[in-house]
Design a protein around this ligand. Sequence first.
Ligand code: HEM
Length: 422
Amino acid sequence: MTNKARCPVAQFDHHSPEHTESHVAIYKKLRDETPVAWSESHGGFWVLSDYASVYEASRDDDMFSSARHDEYGGPGLAVTVPKAPTQFHIPIEIDPPNSAPYRKLINKVTAPKAAEKLQPLIKHYVTGILDSVIESGEADLAIVAGVPAMVTVDWLGLDPADYKMYVDAMHTLVSAAPDSPEYRHAADVAVPQVERTVRAHIAHRRDNPTDDITTYFIDSDVNERKMTDDEIYSILELIISGGVGTTASLVTQSLVWLYQNPEVRTQLIEEPSMLDVAIEEFLRVFSPTQALGRTIMEDADFHGCPVRKGDRALLSWASANRDQEQFADPDEVDITRWPNRHIAFGVGVHRCAGLYIAKGLAREIFTQVFERMGDYVVDLENMVTYPDQGTNAGFHSIPVTFTPGERLLGDTPMFAEHYSKA
Ligand code: HEM
């Protein structure tokens, strides 16, 4: 898309190596100089980086649509820039009011009380994964990133022993550079494998109902009718992709920061009651889902910029969360910051459906890491960050050493691979 009349134009590409290296500084410059700007990367898009514009756009679904409009920016997942080649996702790619009946169903199983019921399952997997390394005194702390995947697939009634397949597929799509070999493998091989597995599971559950979440969706009505397999698959794939990488990103970034700030780590170990407020600050400052896309549906003046119907836009939650107009000392990590109106979970009708589950996961992972390997030392030289931090930020690998401890569960076959390394 050409853009002579657009102003201002910024050199910005959230999938570039420069962005991976210095996204905090790049977003700060944008906020200071051009909070709404046009980028020529990826076919052209508006990048919204200050709190006011991101907040306003997220709440205006008529003008900033989340729906697929293949005629603008090509086919694919409408809420990433560029569009990712995945399955249509319900309800994130449906604008209101049609998104509401689906969202109501999802809310029933993700509301605070329902999320609380998942705590024993979360505790089980956190205990198991830490058991698998606790005796050795050394580990890749990024293994905790597997827990959100285990919990999510178990909750859906899928086999948790396959959790790596889901991580490979869903996580790679948001942590590898578009069109890199890893990304192509995820899109062409891993995601289709997930699709075959989950569709077979739905078909099996239609004949063999249980009390799992897949059965719940099969039995539920939307607009006074049962859902098709396509609709159920679309919801399940969104829940898996929402649940797998994001919480992992939050926890891994926070654990590395806590190693670098030992007085705060000690404070949280000594006063676990501070954890919930601290998690809100980690969400603000690390914003696991950095930025997502929309399609503009009408010509308008938006914050002084001439946006046009069909333009794509990138809303940066990460940048908004460091806007000094909204947060005092935004680059300071203050684990007592309150109120904390961060928008790491988005804003408006598509605000994260899994946020209570995410916080429950984070709380349990921090609690057990602090209790069982609270003196962990990170080998900062040998950490591996996600090669692309445009959509999700975080670490693939965090080598650590710590004082060895005892296992709390017996042998668990799905963790055997880690035992052998111990
Ligand atoms: C720290 C962890 C998480 C973060 C930062 C996060 C972030 C987000 C964001 C920013 C959105 C808004 C998308 C938009 O407006 O386009 C979203 C939506 C969503 N998230 Fe999360 N998420 C997290 C964890 C989870 C988990 C654990 C699940 C599932 C168990 C989940 C399921 C969803 C779903 C289903 C939506 C779509 C909601 C809708 O369209 O109505 N998320 N998430």
